[in-house]
Ligand binder design. Structure first.
Ligand code: ATP
Length: 246
């Protein structure tokens, strides 16, 4: 995969500045979390990387290549939305093969790629199932395998835990975090749930009103918040953070 850079990106919608001169780098193989309250610009940041939004100012780079004006279909970003966004008229395998099929990958190769990915995410035995019959966690793995099947340059996850109950979410934080780690993918993980980001991500960017207030490792952000906003935001949920002892 590639490292991804946003260089002073600004995106406005009429009189709202959704993203205000944001500079961020996701290193190759890193999972960068983006957290912040509703409306702070998380999804717009993700959509700018995917190419669904063009910045009014600033540049977007994939591995040193300026992709600011490259359309989404030529950026090759893998997208994972909330866990129930699978195609339920297709089997698990067909879901994973869908992207490569659209890319014109030959049937044999698609099949091989899907088999490998389903093994990698630990659900090879579920290949022929209807996704509606899977647990939330299993569906999420299908979502990740499906996004990776297009061999993306970056994996973009937007609130993938939405719709799951609190207990499952807590379990999946660790499970998904380990999975992304094992896969070694470059990923942006958008969530409004600070604990989720702190547990799962290598580094976290805290956003507020379109601005990045702080970027750092979960421990840095927790132990040395840059300002009151960050301190307040991360102190809301100190439960389950691996480096916090009760
Ligand atoms: P949430 O956690 O609620 O999903 P977010 O942090 O992802 O929020 P964004 O969706 O990026 O926030 O929105 C940032 C701001 O830009 C908001 O004020 C939103 O209303 C505005 N906005 C986003 N997309 C559009 C659009 N297409 N047209 C007009 N305003 C928009």
């Amino acid at each position: 995969m590639s490292d991804i850079t946003l260089d002073a990106v600004t995106k406005r919608f009429e009189d709202t500045t959704a993203v205000d001169s944001v500079s961020l780098t996701i290193e190759d193989g890193e999972v960068l979390g983006v957290v912040g309250p509703s409306g702070c610009g998380k999804t717009t940041t993700l959509r700018t990387i995917a190419g669904f939004e063009t910045p009014d100012e600033g540049r977007v780079y994939f591995g040193g290549e300026d992709v600011t004006h490259v359309p989404p279909e030529r950026r090759n970003a893998g997208l994972v939305f909330q866990s129930y966004a699978l195609f339920d008229n297709m089997t698990v395998r067909e879901n994973v093969e869908f992207g490569p099929k659209m890319q014109g990958v030959p049937a044999d190769e698609r099949r091989e790629r899907a088999t490998e990915l389903l093994e990698l995410v630990g659900i090879a035995d579920l290949a022929d199932r209807d996704p509606r019959t899977l647990s939330g966690g299993q569906q999420q793995r299908v979502g990740v395998a499906r996004a990776l099947a297009i061999e993306p340059r970056v994996l973009l996850l937007d609130e993938p835990m939405t719709g799951l109950d609190a207990r499952l979410k807590r379990r999946l934080r660790t499970e998904m975090g380990d999975l992304l780690d094992d896969l070694g993918v470059t990923a942006l993980y958008v969530t409004h749930d600070q604990a989720e980001a702190m547990v799962m991500c290598d580094r976290v960017a805290v956003m507020n009103e379109g601005v990045v207030e702080q970027v750092g490792t979960p421990r840095e952000i927790y132990e040395s918040p840059a300002n009151e906003f960050v301190a307040d935001f991360v102190s809301l949920d100190r439960i389950d953070l691996p480096f916090v002892t009760h």
